[in-house]
Design a protein. Structure first.
Length: 229
């Protein structure tokens, strides 16, 4: 097994070197290479890269694809109203790092000191007045015990989920769109169940390979539209 892995590694390295022009040694400033001067790469036999943003840069079209697939999963698998198809992905609606109050169905920006940034709180697709936010939270400070763990993991009953991943953008937008639909049509719903359904739909897009099959189905164009290496 070890020999086979080395063989694959060396062949891949050879093919890569054939594609990438060799950089002259005297053109590289060695002082700019390492952030950790206690480690030398000569001690490392094999190293690799995380695919995201190292070998591939994703464009906004991929977010649209994820949004559309997850929206359709809600309709087909979770029996959400067919009219949800009228909602489309909204570029620049959300940014990474926002928090979502699962129980109150509110999307917001919370700073490093756990204070809600007034003017950033949204219910559905519409901003919530500052005075209403202050009344709901009895101020603008959010206790640490209800905040999610690092990278937004809410595994201990926390009510605040933080969206840190680049793929969280379509998830936040879909959450707000579904909330908006129910509010516009005066449909009673349970915010926690809505959050879980959207989370499951987004998970299925990735885990079940739906997104990857959609890209592979049009490989000639999708690498130019959805991502490029």
């Amino acid at each position: 097994m070890t020999e086979r892995l080395w063989s694959v590694y060396k062949e891949t390295k050879r093919q890569t070197e054939d594609l990438i022009p060799v950089i002259a040694t005297n053109s590289v400033n060695p002082d700019t290479i390492f952030a950790n001067n206690e480690m030398s790469l000569r001690d490392i036999e094999i190293y690799g890269f995380d695919y995201d943003y190292t070998l591939a840069f994703y464009s906004r079209h991929l977010h649209t694809l994820i949004f559309n697939i997850a929206r359709d999963i809600l309709i087909t698998n979770h029996r959400y109203p067919e009219d949800l198809r009228k909602y489309e992905y909204i570029p620049n609606f959300a940014v990474r790092g926002l928090h979502y109050d699962v129980q109150k169905a509110l999307l917001m920006k919370i700073d490093a000191f756990h204070y809600i940034q007034l003017g950033t709180v949204y219910r559905g697709l519409h901003p919530v007045p500052d005075e209403e936010v202050i009344a709901m939270y009895e101020g603008s400070h959010v206790p640490l015990e209800i905040m999610s763990d690092f990278y937004g993991k809410s595994s201990h009953g926390h009510t605040m989920k933080q969206f840190m991943d680049i793929f969280s953008l379509p998830e936040m937008t879909l959450l707000c769109c579904v909330n908006d639909f129910f509010m516009r049509h005066n449909i009673d719903y349970e915010p926690v169940h809505l959050y879980k359904d959207v989370k499951e739909a987004i998970r299925d897009v990735h885990v079940k390979g739906i997104m990857y099959r959609a890209v592979e189905a049009d490989i000639g164009n999708t690498f130019g539209s959805y991502c490029f290496a």
